[in-house]
Each structure stands twice: as C-alpha cells, then as structure tokens.
Design a protein around this ligand. Structure first.
Ligand code: ATP
Ligand code: MG
Length: 425
C-alpha cells in the first residue's frame, strides 16, 4: 500500500505553491519597507525553551507540543510558534549589544498536536515579526499597521483589528483577584479545563472557546478595568497612534492571548463572516518580560504572527484570485533530429536571457507539441524544423494572437522579450 502523509499535514502542490510564494513575497516586501530583516532559527529547540518562553499553563505547552528524546536522551520539541526561538537567538547572539530597535521577521512551518480541521493543522506555517528594544507605544501601533498593510494589500476583506491591554505584572494581580472572586460562584459550571485554569492561570478562562464558559464570563471583570497608570497611559497612546496612522480597530476587553509572556498590548486580526469564513488569522502583542525570562537583559519586545493556511483559506473563500501558474515565455517546438538538438540550445539561450523556456522531451508530433505549449501556458512558440534550421531562423508564433514570423536564430531571445514587453505595455 502506498504511504500517505501524516494526519494534519498538507502537501503544497504546484498550482498552490504560487499563491504561497505570492503571499511570502508581499510580506517580505512590506517587511523590508519597515526595516525588518529575516532571521531563520531551528525547527527544533530544547523543550525547556517553550516551557519557559511560551508558558507551562498554555494549551501549547500543556497538550500541543511534538516533544521527543533524541538519541542521547535530550528532550527536544518541534517549534510550535516562532517567538521563543527568535528571542533565544536574540539573546544567544547578543543582538541587543547596541541600544537600538532590532526588527526581525521569520516565516516557516510550526508544529502543534491539534485536532485537524479546516484552517487547523498539525504542521502549519506562520509569518511573523518581532521588534525588540523599545517600549514606545508608537512601535505597537506601527507593528499593527504593518500587519494591516499586508492583509489589505493581499485583498483580505471584512478584516477587524481587535486591540486590548492585558496589563503588566504590576496591575495583573489585582485583576486576577477580582476575576477569581467573580468566578468563584460559577466555578462548578465551568468546563474542566477552565476549572484548572482558574487555579493555574485565571486570565485564560476569558479565552475559552466553550460557549457555556463564554456565557459565564460575560460580565467578568476585564484587565482594562484594572490597568495601572502606566499601562493605561500606554494603551491610550497606542490608540492615539493607531488613529493617527488611520488603522481601524476595535477595543476588545475580552481579548487575552493564550501565551503567558504578553504584557500590555494584545491584538488579533479577525475576519468576520459566517462559519468557516470567519476566524482569527493573526495574533500578536507586547512581551516586555520575555527576553529577561529567557536569560537576556531586560529588553522589551512586540510582535505578531499570522497563519499562512488560514490567510489563504480566507482569501480563497472570499473569492480573491491569487497567482496559480506563471506560465512559460516560450516553448521550443522541434521537428526532426537535427532540430531537436538545436532546440535545446535555443532553450538554453532563452533561459540565459532571463526568459522561461522548455522543449519537448517525449518525441511528440507537431500538433501534440502545440498542445503541450498550450498546457504549459506558453506565450510564444519557437518552431524549428529542418527547413528553418537550414535558413538559420525559427518561426516565432504568438500563441495568443496566432501571429507568426520568421526570426533569425540568434535574435529569438530578444524578439520574444520585445514582444512580451509590448504586450505588457
Ligand atoms: P487558535 O485560538 O485558533 O488556536 P492560537 O491563539 O493558538 O489560535 P497563535 O498561537 O496566536 O494562535 O498563532 C497565530 C496564528 O497562527 C493564528 O491566528 C492562526 O492563523 C495560525 N495558527 C495557529 N495554530 C494553527 C494551526 N494549528 N493550524 C493552522 N494555523 C494555525
Ligand atoms: Mg491554538
């Protein structure tokens, strides 16, 4: 029996990969404009990094990690998210050496043991940024604006930015106490997970996806009601900066990110719609305690990550057309033995000139070669028969218009390029 891919993974096939490349290219372009630079960290890390960096009481660490012992018995974990690894690298390589804002971005696969469903996989892909070195609320706004730019540029519709403040270690205990007191009366009605959260990390009860828990916490005190003066001022300044940048947002006092290291600003980009059309595509926030938690100096940070599968799913569901196949500039059609050899050389010349080209390798007849050119999305066919070979020309055919003319062999690449430019202009 043939072996199939593991549950929760996907093959990204030609025809789909083009959309991925498009999203990645757009993201990279926007990152560069904001002076973010790429960092690539390992796909696996010491398990302890995620225990400390993501937080022992998070769903990720409690039940979603792919953890294994290597041959020497060391506990390693496939990265479930990008921030912890980036922070580790930031500390390990002392990227904080200069007092400066360090802006990093990453993209790649993440691994979480979850129940696979639409937009939820075990291997999925995130694109994200981390900006270290400033606690300035304008940076929070810029980070959100960057994500917003990317999504709008890609044509995401019905996008909503939810913003909240989850406070800091100064003000959170007060809220925590108020929350625990509020929930004490309904404790027994909460789901088993939330009953345990109530003890270990009460804030996360607000994040529960169970309908009953959401009802029960409807009127629960929010962190916003308990912010200290500094966090309140920070939140107000973030809002002001978002308004100055013209980024639409909504304050969502119930928004708590599932990760423990977040301080102050927390945000999510949500796509509004029915059923599967709706969902969170991006989450982020400030984590002023994380770098120190992972052994670095007291350097603040902020970032976001979005799921590429979720984003593509939403775009497809909204009917946005994304590139599927770049096609081919020129397919070289050869007739006869001598022409076949020359066809490969002609293809080489086209490719060297920066054009995409291919030839027939299956000994097809003329008509079949035209069909293949069509299937490859070729814009031009260069037809090379013995007669053309003798005259040192090819018949260059525009496959869209049917126009055809003889072009000297040496000039084919230039001729194709000129005609492509003309049809583009
Ligand atoms: P959710 O509440 O949907 O589980 P999360 O809070 O676990 O999301 P984050 O850890 O903030 O998600 O990850 C940021 C983004 O990564 C999400 O908004 C989503 O787009 C994507 N993402 C997270 N988990 C998965 C997954 N298992 N499969 C596909 N995409 C995912
Ligand atoms: Mg999750």
């Amino acid at each position: 029996m043939a072996i199939q891919k593991p549950r929760g993974t996907e093959d990204i096939l030609p025809g789909q990969a083009e959309a991925w490349q498009y999203v990645e290219r757009k993201a990279r372009e926007w990152f560069a404009r904001y002076r973010y630079r790429e960092i690539r960290t390992p796909l696996f890390e010491h398990t302890e990094l995620f225990q400390r960096g993501v937080g022992e009481t998070t769903d990720i660490v409690e039940k979603e990690m792919y953890t294994f012992a290597d041959r020497k018995g060391r506990s390693l974990t496939l990265r479930p998210e990008g921030t912890a690894g980036v922070v580790r690298a930031f500390v390990e390589h002392k990227l904080y050496a200069e007092p400066d804002v360090v802006k990093l971005y990453y993209l790649g696969p993440m691994f979480r043991y979850e129940r696979p469903q639409a937009g939820r996989q075990r291997q999925f892909h995130q694109i994200g940024v981390e900006a270290f070195g400033s606690a300035d609320p304008r940076l929070d706004a810029e980070v959100m604006e960057l994500a917003w730019r990317i999504f709008t540029d890609l044509g995401v519709q019905h996008l909503r930015l939810d913003v909240n403040s989850v406070g800091c270690p100064m003000c959170r205990p007060r809220h925590r106490q108020a929350l625990v007191e509020h929930l004490a009366g309904v404790k027994d009605e909460l789901c088993p997970d939330c009953q345990s959260r109530l003890v270990r990390n009460p804030l996360r009860v607000l994040d529960c996806k169970q309908e009953r828990c959401q009802e029960l916490t409807q009127d629960a005190p929010t962190v916003l009601d308990h912010l200290c003066d500094a966090c309140r001022a920070h939140f107000d300044a973030v809002r002001k900066a978002l308004e100055a940048l013209g980024v639409p947002y909504a304050v969502n006092p119930r928004l708590v990110r599932g990760l423990d290291y977040y301080t102050q600003t927390a945000f999510e980009f949500v796509v509004e719609g029915e059923g599967h059309l709706a969902g969170t595509i991006c989450g982020g926030g400030r984590y002023n305690g994380l770098v120190a938690e992972l052994g670095g100096p007291d350097v603040p940070g902020i970032g976001f990550a979005f799921g590429v599968e979720r984003l593509l799913y939403v775009l497809a569901a909204q009917g946005t057309r994304l590139p599927a196949d770049a096609g081919l500039d020129c397919f070289v059609i050869a007739l006869g033995e001598a022409a076949k050899g020359e066809a490969l050389v002609l293809a080489q010349r086209l490719r060297a000139a920066g054009l995409s080209a291919d030839v027939d390798y299956l000994d097809r007849k003329l008509k079949a070669q035209f069909k293949v050119a069509d299937r490859y999305g070729a814009r031009f066919a260069a037809i090379l028969g013995d007669d053309e070979l003798a005259r040192g020309v090819v018949q260059l055919k525009n496959l869209a218009t049917g126009e055809q003319e003889a072009v000297p062999l040496a000039d084919v690449a230039e001729a194709v390029r000129q005609r492509l430019n003309r049809s583009e202009g």
